[in-house]
Design a protein around this ligand. Structure first.
Ligand SMILES: Cc1ncc(COP(=O)(O)O)c(C=O)c1O
Length: 426
């Protein structure tokens, strides 16, 4: 451990950060659990940052990867391979409407970069609208669409991108008690189109729930209204499903479905590959036509091994009823957290759906001053008790719980008991 830390300090990108005061080294995983180098087990309440969907080293995923690794590890789209074709067919079958054309890449940042290119090529417009408090990646265009200062370097990366008001009922101007909040937040997008663009836009992009921003679900009607404004201005609508897709929200397979809309372009990463470098953009045949003017190529995108893994993940979500498990255990977790909210004044808001849950901490329920230090303390304390959690929100004030979708009631009971103790120790 000491040697690994020293090597990391000497040879790895110094801008990365470690979560805990005493760094945690994970060396093994099985389903919802991970183990450190001393053999201590933890419940992975963050799922490798919302990435391990069906379970660490799930035997079906491992078998699919191993079989393909032994047959042919690499091939690209200049040749035919059955895996990528069969996988694309299966992935497309999970999407509604005309969303049938799949592009495979390696990360969420790349997927969003491609989606923006596609939108600009398809519409002939340049301006894009994203949301404040949103996260879309760390490459130049992902950073441009992201709206948290902590991730944005001082380079001109946001040209043509406008950031609308975050539809964030707990902190924004229109709260949970406002039945028209969705419409009111959407009006800001219309205002941006009218005042900050030529009246025509290429795209609107939003996470279906904000993840890094602290698990923010938009008020009902928000995306419906926004999509109408954007389409009327010639734009296409992009749903970033990097964290919300593949059944995690329980009530729906895709996050955008919770708002009753169908996007024109969907981007996916993280849970799609259960921890392997697989990401995708899915769009309509009509929009796909726009990229035909040039060759589009991605060396690793849809390679035979990751395609086998992606297909195994889709099979498992269905076969093991993981979406239903997210409903059942997400509801149990939310109910337990709402009880804790009554007991611990620091909990300002409990929110989320399925197994994508946020607990926003405030120093004072009236001012809502973010309780960032306390959030870090709870996350540290929970780790000592064997539970790994995440931090989100602009000030790191929101605890995130997004475990692999295969957790059990016993895991929920354990997580709630740990949180109760951790809040009690503040
Ligand atoms: C919603 C969302 N979009 C895009 C990304 C970028 O994905 P990646 O880190 O794979 O580039 C992330 C990563 O956290 C994300 O949460």
């Amino acid at each position: 451990m000491t040697e690994v830390l020293a090597l990391r300090k000497q040879f790895l990108n110094p801008a990365i950060f470690l979560y805990y005061k005493h760094p945690l080294m994970l060396v093994e995983g099985a389903m919802q659990y991970v183990w450190d180098e001393t053999g201590r087990r933890y419940l992975d309440g963050l799922g490798g940052i919302v990435t391990v969907s069906v379970g660490h080293c799930h035997p079906h995923v491992v078998a699919a990867a191993n079989k393909q690794n032994e047959t042919l590890q690499h091939s690209t789209t200049i040749y035919l391979h059955p895996n990528v074709a069969l996988y694309a067919e299966k992935l497309a079958s999970k999407l509604p409407g005309d969303l049938k054309m799949c592009y495979f890449v390696n990360s969420g940042s790349e997927a969003n970069d491609l989606a923006l290119l596609m939108a600009r090529a398809a519409t002939g417009n340049y301006d894009a609208i994203a949301l404040r408090n949103g996260y879309h990646g760390g490459n130049a265009s992902g950073m441009g669409m992201t709206a948290h200062s902590v991730w944005k370097y001082n380079v001109p990366h946001s040209f043509g991108v406008h950031h609308a008001l975050a539809p964030y009922p707990f902190r924004g101007p229109f709260g949970y008690d406002d039945p028209d909040a969705g419409k009111k937040y959407a009006a800001d997008v219309k205002d941006i189109i009218d005042t900050a663009t030529p009246g025509k836009v290429a795209a609107f992009i939003a996470e279906s729930f904000q993840g890094v921003g602290g698990v923010v679900e938009y008020p009902q009607g928000y995306l419906k209204n926004v999509y109408e404004y954007v389409r009327a201005a010639g734009g296409v609508c992009i749903a970033d499903e990097v964290q919300t897709g593949f059944g995690r929200l329980g009530s729906h397979y895709w996050g955008f479905e919770t708002q009753g809309v169908i996007p024109d372009i969907v981007t996916m990463a993280k849970g799609i590959g259960n921890g392997c470098p697989l990401a995708a953009v899915v769009t309509t045949p009509k929009i796909a036509q726009a990229l035909l003017g040039k060759v589009h190529f991605n060396t690793f995108g849809g390679n035979p091994v990751v395609s086998a893994i992606g297909k195994a993940v889709l099979e498992l979500i269905d076969k093991e009823n993981l979406q239903a498990n997210c409903v059942k255990l997400g509801s149990a977790m939310l109910a337990g957290l709402n009880n804790l909210k009554e007991k611990h004044k620091i909990i300002g808001d409990v929110r989320g759906r399925g197994l994508m849950i946020g607990i926003e901490l405030v120093k004072d329920s009236t001012t809502k001053a973010p309780a960032s230090a306390e959030c870090a303390q709870v996350v540290e304390y929970a780790r000592d008790l064997g539970l790994l959690l995440g931090k989100g929100g602009l000030w790191g004030q929101t605890i995130r719980f997004a475990p692999p979708m295969c957790i059990t009631q016993a895991d929920v009971d354990f997580a709630l008991a740990v949180l109760d103790e951790a809040f009690g120790a503040l």
